[in-house]
Design a protein around this ligand. Sequence first.
Ligand code: ZN
Length: 251
Amino acid sequence: MARRPSYRDHAVVVRTYDFGEADRIIVLLTRAHGLVRGVAKGVRRAKSRFGSRLQPFVLLDVQLYSGRNLDTITAADTLEFFGAGIIEVWENYTSACAVLESAEKLAVAHYGEDPTLFDAVVQALRELQELKDSEGEQYPTLIVDRFLLQAMAHEGWSPSLFNCAACNNPGPHRSFHPGHGGAVCGTCRPPGSPRVHPETLHLMWLLLHDSELDTVPENFPTLVAEAHQLTRSYLQWHLERSIASLKVMDQ
Ligand SMILES: [Zn+2]
């Protein structure tokens, strides 16, 4: 999309760093313009009009002016604040950080301006915030994993979670290998690939398809932890490959 000199969009802050004496660089994931690197001038001075709003866990309405290297953020309004439920609970906070960090990498790898990733990030932050008031045992990493699995599926990177990713034999299987594409059977399993609970793969399948378990098994915390580890290793594998291929394209 060709950028107009001045444009407006919904955005979340994924990262910030100080620049010069009073400015700050704000990396924004926007809804319609992909990843944008903007400079917020003078925001580190006490009198800044909107500096305090340019922080993670806020849904913003931003106005930017296009520049050659950096766009300038000229206005920012808060539409929704997710911070209250997130920054008070350590697990919610680390989960929300994981969502933003992965979203930035996915946006770089994807290099597009499709609003799906943005909408999914906002949804995940909202759910993490709402966890604070929900009852019973809480599993914020499930929100992260659902976000990651669905975002990867949108990129065409869905793992195979029932059939063997190599020979297509139906599962349930007991091994998982990111390089092979997910679950692998006893025959296709590369030496050294980790053994997993078949119920973990089932849990990941449910997350990917936005479904819920009928009954929560006794070993649920173990499955949740394993699902998080497998989802992250799968994401890592795909990000490294796609970022490496972007670098090749740049040469
Ligand atoms: Zn197989």
